[in-house]
Design a protein around this ligand. Structure first.
Ligand code: CAA
Length: 264
């Protein structure tokens, strides 16, 4: 069902608890403007409040671009204060995305540059078409990344590779992005959505509570020392044992049948 009511986004609830969010500004290669952030924040709240949602897929409209960055025309006349406000908005919305209790997969179908790469980095993992192109080209404009790129890119692919990408602004092709661990899998363009839906199908058969707690431990653990992060894991593990899903999962294994999880 297409239940999109947004100026800059497509939002669809597909079968099996799959939500599909499409950045939809193809005339500017899906560049992110202020309206996109307002729409994104609202759509993410909808996803977070939907008990049936199991996986969120994010892509860009058309075959040319996932997102070619922040909207450069909107940035042209910005003051320093306005630019910082835009950055703060983007950081807040991307954190909202990162903290969703369900897995979020970025389907990168072309240019994934600047704020677009930062959006993909705020997803849980990235799959891409073989023709995808990644980059943080902000230095070409005399600016730094502003939507979390200096931090999330370094954490994902290491500071040296992130440094190279950010200070050179060079475009990184899909196969190199795969080798660097920026992308989990590459597919021909036409396989991108079917492969994402197959992954979503696999995920929705698992315990939603265990998924939410695992995700939270990974995301929140990133900024912590090993001992503190492992404490989150330990508490998550313990918490599972108060759930119906744990009882059902273990019983189903021992009874040699498929579990039916309820997320409680
Ligand atoms: N913002 C606004 N409009 C954009 C855009 C962007 N980031 N990227 C592309 N567009 C627009 C173009 O201006 C063009 O519009 P018109 O048809 O009205 O002229 C249209 O999209 C198509 O783009 P091109 O004609 O340039 O297409 P191309 O195939 O020749 O080149 C491209 C594609 C290499 C992606 C090129 O468009 C490009 O370099 N885009 C800018 C990429 C960029 O610098 N991104 C970083 C932005 S800054 C940022 O994101 C900061 C941050 O961290 C927050």
């Amino acid at each position: 069902m297409n239940n999109s009511a947004y100026q800059t986004l497509g939002f669809e609830s597909l079968d099996g608890g799959v939500c599909l969010l499409t950045i939809n500004r193809p005339a500017s290669l899906n560049a992110l403007n202020s309206a996109t952030f307002t729409d994104l924040a609202h759509a993410l709240e909808r996803v977070a409040g939907d008990d049936e949602a199991r996986v969120l897929l994010i892509t860009g409209a058309g075959e040319k671009a996932f997102v070619a960055g922040a909207d450069i025309s909107e940035m042209q006349a910005m003051t320093a204060v306005e630019a910082m406000a835009l950055s703060q908005t983007a950081l807040r919305v991307f954190r909202q995305l990162e903290l969703l209790p369900i897995p979020v997969i970025a389907l990168v179908n072309g240019y994934c540059l600047g704020g677009g790469c930062e959006l993909a980095l705020a997803c849980d993992w990235i799959i891409a078409s073989e023709s995808a192109v990644f980059g943080q080209p902000e230095v070409n404009l005399g600016i730094t990344p502003g939507f979390g790129g200096t931090q999330r890119l370094s954490r994902l692919i290491g500071p040296a590779r992130a440094m190279e990408m950010i200070v050179s602004g060079r475009q990184v092709k899909a196969d190199e992005a795969l080798a660097w661990g920026l992308v989990n899998h590459l597919y021909p363009q036409e396989r991108l959505m079917p492969e994402a839906l197959a992954m979503a199908d696999l995920i929705r058969q698992k315990g939603p509570l265990a998924i939410a707690l695992s995700k939270q431990a990974i995301v929140r653990g990133q900024g912590l020392d090993l001992d503190s992060a492992c404490q989150i894991e330990s508490q998550s593990f313990g918490l599972c044992f108060s759930s119906d899903d744990q009882e059902e999962g273990v019983a189903a294994f021992l009874e040699k049948r498929k579990p039916v999880f309820k997320g409680v």
